[in-house]
Design a protein around this ligand. Structure first.
Ligand SMILES: [Zn+2]
Length: 215
């Protein structure tokens, strides 16, 4: 049984805060903080009329609106920089690993990109494309976020010096796990879009995900 957790009060007060004060550099944190376990951060759903993006906690089988969740990346996530050029020159990076065993050993999130709630025969080519629309750290555009496979091949990179590594297509009904890397501590706002075609019409949903990386 899946539960849809919604914290409308928090969403409402956040919206009010934005309306009154403009965009804060570091937005108020959401009601629910997720810091460990198998969580599909990007989880697309089709409700018959629209695409949606949720955060799906596989541990408790709970769905959250992205605005209601803060993803926490603790200091325990720090590892030696694997040395791929796109991870910068720091000696360490914060890494959410691509295997559940590594994530559990470190006590950190095992973050996924899911299409498991999309069924075959609805979306053209039975796939959707996820796009990293924008990324900020402490309110400013950042190059310090990437998602890459174990071999160091990038799926997404917030680096604005390249237009590559912004979009990736996934088949429906799949679970996709890779390494989520953060090069600096801070509060990240990651905006992702999921897009697909239904009956010849382009459908999409865009949501912003808050990640707090602690030193
Ligand atoms: Zn998953």
């Amino acid at each position: 049984m899946r539960t849809l957790a919604r914290t409308l009060t928090v969403s409402g007060s956040l919206a009010a805060a934005v309306a009154l004060g403009g965009l804060a550099a570091t937005p108020a944190l959401a009601a629910t903080t997720l810091s460990s376990g198998h969580v599909d951060v990007l989880d697309a759903e089709w409700d018959g009329a629209d695409l949606h993006l949720h955060v799906h906690d596989e541990e408790t089988d709970t769905e959250y609106e992205p605005a209601d969740v803060t993803l926490s990346v603790p200091a325990a996530a720090k590892v030696a920089n694997p040395g791929y050029g796109f991870l910068g020159s720091g000696s360490q990076v914060w890494l959410l690993p691509d295997t559940e065993a590594e994530a559990d050993a470190a006590g950190v999130l095992f973050p996924g990109i899911s299409t498991e709630h999309l069924t075959t025969g609805v979306l053209a080519n039975n796939n959707v494309t996820y796009t990293l629309v924008s990324a900020t750290r402490n309110g400013a555009a950042t190059e310090d976020f990437s998602i890459y496979a174990g071999s160091g091949s990038r799926w997404f990179d917030s680096n604005t010096a390249t237009t590559s590594f912004k979009s990736r297509t996934f088949a429906v009904a799949t679970h996709n796990h890779a390494n989520w890397a953060f090069e600096e501590a801070g509060t990240y706002q990651l905006t992702f879009r999921v897009q697909g075609t239904v009956g010849g019409v382009t459908e999409s949903a865009t949501e912003t995900f808050t990640v707090v990386v602690s030193s």
